[in-house]
Design a protein. Structure first.
Lengths: 313, 304
């Protein structure tokens, strides 16, 4: 019963997103496509932070790994769009595993600083190899290469549909993951590491696996971003892009499957609305972060789950 | 220039940058040591100090030395007050829970940065040096102001050390650091100590910024470098150990300044591929690895 109810809810959200396509103006079609891609990134972040309790400040590195694997793969090595979308998650997962092998020797505050430092090194590396990455200026991927068969992915509708497809796959896999036995172990690690260890689970391997999965999501989102929006730049690897998914997840609700999407949706339009009024949109980001940790640390769906819907996954 | 003169020049440049870095990093270290708070907004307190120094200097007519002296007193007080306010309104309510405080100080970083941009604009803001004379060393002349900065920083650090070890305030702070609950039981107002320590940490960053601003202009994005450098210093020196912080600041400040001066002399191909960016990458990785493999820092004792 409980399982069925949550499955129906998630399928209904997906159906609504698909049904929205003909109703939205071109401007919003682009926005929602971008939001779905960013939501995949935030879902990955949520697997590490929300479910496993790993607060990383370095996820931009995993996002950028997917982004640059796809972008440079296409522009320098003639990779196809499909190839890029496959390579991205692999690169993201690999980066997360490598960082995790070292960073997971630490915990808490030290883990945050170590991930932040690694991501900063990654960002600087992109700037250092400016000849290949084009640094801050970034790579603009030619429109002709952003296609699957004869379908032009830079056109509004195919772009929306592909973003939707990736989002739907990520969402359902996320749902399956958190309901699986491994999902429970992740939560156990977050809630009480000592007790989980006593029950025979190795915290290091559990966390490393969760971080790797998280990296796969981030890499997939990065590759989708490169292929769908055609731009790959160093600013997408900066600290700010590690903070964004944290913000989305905190707003939507850490440790909920739909929270990252809800947070991305609300925050994206809040920033979009604010930046039409003021250039200081980072002010909103800062204020939102502080208000959330102060007054709603569980986010929207987390609070909802606590009060009304205990079945929400 | 003779190699000896180059060495002396590099030494002076290194000392000047290390002394300012030591002040900034001590602020971060103090806050971490006593409150166990990792203050990501520390760089923005530094930036605020610099920008406010420009503002003060532009308000006060007359000789630059007078305006500078006023800035040196007023800016740290304003920045400290802002920090104390942030502590009371935000950090205290979070009960200093480590992860929540980091997220909150990230928020604070954005707010302060955008605040400075909105109020003071995106331009680099120059502040005239209060003293204008040059020391003549064999082979080169050197800015007297930078030497004054070194002296001022040493005096301030000495003052900080005296406050911490020789005064009642320092005693109260150390008691709070060792055991918050017992300190409270002995009638110490822990909330006030925390607000004071947070203000003091921010004030140290602001003083450092006021000292540096005649050399390096004030700008709303200038907080990132001192933040990363201070983090590196505090980690290398051992989290929360002030002595380690000063030693590490000397080491990092010296290396940071001496490499770009020395390497082209010793190694002519330097600069072709060994750019400042590569140096930063390596430094960042070293710091991360120190935190992974030697979390007590290079000079710290293993935590009890």
């Amino acid at each position: 019963m409980r399982d069925k109810r949550s499955l129906i809810l998630h399928l209904a959200v997906l159906a609504a997103l698909l049904a929205a396509l003909p109703l939205l103006s071109a401007y919003h079609v682009t926005n929602v496509a971008k939001i779905m891609v960013l939501a995949v990134y935030a879902m990955g972040y949520n697997i590490a932070f929300g479910y496993t309790g790993l607060l990383s400040l370095g996820h931009a590195m995993f996002f950028a790994a997917g982004l640059y694997a796809a972008g440079m793969g296409i522009s320098l090595f003639g990779l196809s769009a499909v190839g890029a979308l496959v390579l991205g998650p692999v690169a993201g997962g690999l980066a997360a595993t490598l960082v995790g092998l070292l960073a997971l020797r630490t915990a808490g505050v030290a883990f945050m600083i170590v991930t932040l430092m690694f991501a900063q090194a990654g960002y600087l590396t992109i700037l250092y190899f400016v000849r290949y990455t084009r640094g801050d200026e970034g790579i603009v991927i030619a429109r002709a290469t952003r296609a699957i068969g004869s379908v032009d992915l830079s056109a509004d509708t195919p772009r929306y549909l592909l973003a939707f497809g990736i989002f739907a796959l990520a969402l359902l896999l996320n749902l399956a993951l958190v309901r699986s036995p491994f999902g429970r172990i992740m939560v156990a690690m977050r809630e009480n590491e000592a007790r989980s260890r006593m029950l025979g689970y190795n915290p290091y391997t559990v966390k490393l696996t969760a971080l790797a999965v998280s990296g796969v999501y981030a890499g997939a989102a990065g590759a989708a971003y490169a292929v769908l929006f055609g731009y790959v730049g160093a600013s997408l690897a900066s600290v700010q892009y590690s903070i964004l998914p944290l913000l989305y997840v905190l707003l939507g609700g850490a440790g909920t499957v739909l929270g990252p999407f809800l947070g991305a949706l609300l925050m994206f339009y809040l920033i979009d609305y604010a930046s039409s009024a003021t250039s200081a949109y980072l002010f909103i980001v800062g204020a939102a972060l502080i208000l959330l940790v102060l007054f709603a640390p569980k986010g929207i769906l987390g609070t909802l789950r606590e009060r009304h819907a205990r079945w929400l996954p | 220039m003779q190699l000896g003169s180059i060495f002396l020049l590099a030494l002076l440049e290194g000392l000047a940058s290390a002394s300012v870095l030591a002040l900034t990093a001590c602020g971060l270290s103090l806050v971490f040591g006593i409150m166990r708070v990792v203050n990501v907004a520390h760089g923005e307190f530094f930036m605020l100090g610099a920008v406010l120094a420009w503002f003060t200097a532009s308000l006060i007519p007359g000789p630059p030395a007078l305006a500078f002296a006023v800035a040196l007193v007023v800016c740290p007080l304003i920045v400290g007050a802002i920090a104390a306010l942030a502590d009371m309104l935000v950090l205290k309510r979070l009960n200093y829970e480590p992860e929540a405080t980091i997220v909150a100080t990230i928020g604070l970083l954005y707010i302060l940065q955008q605040g400075a941009l909105t109020v003071f604009g995106p331009n680099a803001l120059p502040v005239p040096a209060p003293v204008d004379f040059r020391f003549q060393f064999p082979g080169f002349g050197y800015s007297g102001y930078k030497i004054a900065v070194i002296v001022a920083a040493v005096l301030l650090l000495l003052g900080l050390w005296l406050i911490l070890t020789r005064t009642r305030i320092g005693l109260v702070m150390r008691a709070t650091q060792i055991d918050r609950a017992t300190a409270r039981a002995f009638g110490i107002n822990v909330d006030r100590v925390y607000a004071g320590v947070f203000a003091m940490g921010a004030g140290l960053a602001a003083i450092a910024a006021v000292l540096i601003v005649p050399i390096q202009q004030a700008h709303y994005l200038m907080g990132a470098d001192p933040l990363l450098l201070s983090f590196s210093v505090v980690i290398i020196g051992g989290l929360g150990s002030l002595r380690g912080t000063v030693v590490a600041a000397l080491l990092i400040g010296m290396v940071d300044q001496m490499i770009p001066i020395f390497m082209p002399v010793v190694f002519p191909a330097y600069g072709a591929w060994f750019t400042p960016t590569l140096a930063k990458i390596m430094a960042t990785l070293v710091v991360a690895l120190v935190l992974v493999f030697r979390p007590q820092g290079l000079f710290g004792k293993r935590a009890a």
